[in-house]
Design a protein. Structure first.
Length: 106
């Protein structure tokens, strides 16, 4: 057991689309990622939770309106939904997902 500083972990991320694990909780992992630019379209075989830590970004979704997130806001992309995060300026998100979830989807 040890505490983790999200702020320090964010500051140590080397660049866009890099992520680090913060904690394992039951059957999930909490990760932090830097977002900047357009991530490739992808989907997962499980839900994916995005919590905006700082900055602003949007989640573009197939056949749906994009969802814009600001600090403190959460959005869950349902499993199987093709999506991509897009950030015009650097932003950071906490992701809650299964440990085996692949960053670029299935």
């Amino acid at each position: 057991m040890s505490k983790v500083s999200i702020t320090d972990t964010v500051a140590a991320l080397p660049g866009p689309w890099q992520q680090r694990e913060l904690a394992l909780v039951n059957d999930t992992v909490v990760r932090v990622a830097q977002l900047h630019g357009e991530f490739p379209w992808h989907h997962h075989d499980e839900d994916e939770l995005f919590l905006c830590w700082d900055g602003t970004f949007r989640i573009e979704l197939d056949d749906r309106d994009p969802v814009t997130l600001r600090p403190g806001e959460i959005f869950v992309v349902p499993k199987g939904v093709r999506h991509r995060p897009v950030a015009e300026e650097p932003a950071h998100a906490l992701l809650v997902e299964r440990p085996e979830t692949k960053q670029f989807g299935n």
